[in-house]
Design a binder for this molecule. Structure first.
Ligand SMILES: NC(=O)C1=CN([C@@H]2O[C@H](COP(=O)(O)OP(=O)(O)OC[C@H]3O[C@@H](n4cnc5c(N)ncnc54)[C@H](O)[C@@H]3O)[C@@H](O)[C@H]2O)C=CC1
Ligand SMILES: O=C(O)C(=O)COP(=O)(O)O
Length: 528
């Protein structure tokens, strides 16, 4: 039974889902990093929000971890690169809290415009300071969005309803989408110069860190009000403090901070600053949404291999997962076959080609190529799987080409793999018998028909009498039982391939004896 740890405060709805799906779930919010490191080793899945920091050190000791599910959007608290390198899938729930967070940003804008928090404190203190709290209207003001993705778009829609003009800076926003949203797409400097209110809705990345830097703040319109419900680190807090003190920035509403939990921050001392403790996603509705989603996604992955909303690998829908499974297995085996031959020849892989025919032509190919790479790179990469293999391949400059043949295939399905090294190209093809049993059907263009055995011997030889008897005699002398023996040849007396499935590994001396047989060109031991 897979085990999942919930290490942040999640709606109990998540626990129910895990239990219903037959997953053993442990809830331990608020652990210190050391406490978390001490127990993480026993878990297959980890469900988090923003408080848990998934660092490289934590991943180093997470021996069994296969999936991290973020009940929310931002994954900047996860070292995704290290997770990927260790083959751990990282998922988020990209829509579940978007409306709630957009509403918080709109609420923060009103709070700033009318100084609602300060006015409330003053009124409750019995001061009735009617003249102190003079506000500004939102109507006809220009709202500058930095980031117009899910949350930014909802904020834009709400702001247009409030009769604001909305301008947006987002390099990935298309003109068509901007028009559909009713916003004007502009460059950052133009936005800074024109906006009465600025609201941030980008992830925290190396590109967005400090996007509202000291220089950027200096370019804003005097009297601008800034809302940040995205991430601390997008705004330079020291520069913002000075701009607020000088009055250049009239107010700031901050839900997120450079250091969280933010219990001590100089911005707290300023009257024109409104703060909330990272409450953007904190509504019953949003928390229920993200908890349910993350529990479903983690369960699906652990139980069926379905991949939804992963930030570091291709998606496989719950419907597709069982259908793709035998094809992924076939691809991994074909990759393993080609990879072991390449490794035996110490070749450096430059290019990988995959051709799909028949039923395989109509599938989602990204998981299939990921499975192929996982098999192919297993001899050279420890802990390889479908998550880290494609990244390793890309980082090592291995080119991938995929061809889909829309023609009748001799087989119900056919996947042909070619692996090119500096000195040669190896091809191997496979099919699924009965829709689920992987079979090799072609090696080096020579037809064969062989199962993938646990231990195998692959021999290329000249098709001349005597080879089978001699090869079998060597195996018999070693007391090794032959499970299956498959032969194929290009033409009578031409090049031949031989695939022998054996019950146990062959000692090195026997392998050398086979290599020394007169007809043999190459003999390699394989394991699957
Ligand atoms: N305060 C809170 O509790 C919450 C905060 N968030 C934060 O809000 C962020 C945005 O969430 P979504 O809108 O759902 O994400 P999203 O991925 O739908 O949108 C992000 C947008 O930022 C844009 N972007 C990326 N790089 C940019 C750059 N250099 N300059 C300008 N725009 C850039 C992208 O093109 C995209 O359109 C999350 O990454 C998360 O950090 C999300 C939920 C709750
Ligand atoms: O979803 C996000 O990105 C958030 O920032 C929400 O954070 P939280 O889950 O409330 O700690």
């Amino acid at each position: 039974m897979p085990k999942v740890l919930i290490s942040d405060k999640l709606s109990p709805a998540a626990i129910e889902i895990f239990k219903q799906r037959g997953i053993e779930v442990t809830t331990k919010p608020g652990l210190t990093p050391a406490e978390l490191r001490a127990i993480i080793g026993e878990f297959d899945g980890l469900a988090i929000r923003s408080a848990t920091k998934v660092t490289r050190e934590l991943l180093d000791v997470a021996r069994n971890l296969k999936v991290i599910g973020r009940a929310g959007i931002g994954v900047d608290n996860v070292d995704v690169k290290s997770a990927t390198a260790r083959g751990v899938v990282v998922m988020n729930t990209p829509y579940g809290n978007a409306i709630t967070t957009a509403e918080h940003a709109i609420g923060m804008m009103f709070a700033l415009a009318r100084q609602l928090p300060e006015a409330s404190v003053s009124t409750k203190a019995g001061k009735w300071e009617k003249n102190r709290f003079m506000g500004v209207e939102l109507t006809n003001k220009t709202l500058g969005l930095i980031g117009a993705g899910n949350i930014g778009s909802i904020v834009a829609e709400r702001a247009l309803g409030l009769k604001m003009r909305v301008i947006a800076y987002d390099p990935y926003l298309t003109e068509t989408r901007a028009t559909a949203l009713g916003v004007e797409k502009i460059e950052l400097d133009a936005l800074l110069a024109r906006a009465d209110f600025i609201t941030l809705h980008t992830p925290l990345t190396e590109q967005t860190r400090n996007i509202l830097s000291r220089e950027a703040l200096a370019k804003t319109k005097k009297g601008v009000r800034i809302v940040n419900c995205a991430r601390g680190g997008l705004v330079d807090e020291a520069a913002l403090y000075e701009a607020l003190r000088s009055g250049h920035v009239a107010g700031a509403a901050l839900d997120v901070f450079e250091t969280e939990p933010a219990t001590d921050n100089r911005l707290f001392a300023l009257e024109n600053v409104v703060c909330t403790p990272h409450l953007g996603a904190a509504t019953n509705e949003a928390q229920e949404n993200v908890a349910l989603q993350v529990a479903e996604q983690i369960s699906d992955f652990l139980l069926t291999g379905a991949v939804t909303n992963a930030v570091n690998m291709a998606s496989v829908s719950a419907e597709d997962a069982p259908r793709l499974k035998p094809y992924m297995e076939l691809c991994q085996l074909l990759g393993g076959f080609a990879g072991q031959l390449t490794e035996a020849r110490q070749g450096v892989i430059r290019q990988v080609g995959i051709e799909y025919e028949g039923a395989a032509a109509h599938l989602n190919h990204r998981p299939l190529s990921a499975a192929l790479f996982a098999g192919l790179l297993a001899p050279v990469m420890e802990g390889v799987n479908m998550v880290n293999a494609p990244v390793f391949a890309r980082d090592h400059g291995i080119e991938l080409s995929e061809t889909v043949h829309d023609r009748d295939s001799e087989y119900q399905t056919l996947i042909r793999v070619s692996v090119t090294t500096d000195d040669q190209t190896r091809t191997v093809s496979g099919t699924l018998f009965g829709g689920s049993k992987p079979r090799l059907v072609e090696v080096k263009g020579i037809k064969v028909e062989a199962d993938f055995g646990r231990h195998m011997l692959y021999v290329t030889n000249q098709d001349k009498p005597g080879f089978i008897a001699k090869c079998s005699a060597i195996l018999a002398d070693e007391g090794i039982n032959i499970a299956t023996f498959h032969l194929g040849r290009s033409a009578p007396a031409g090049d031949a391939v031989c695939l022998i499935s054996i019950d146990e590994p062959l000692p090195e001396a026997a392998l050398i004896a086979i290599r020394h047989l007169p007809q043999v060109m190459q003999a390699t031991q394989l394991s699957f």
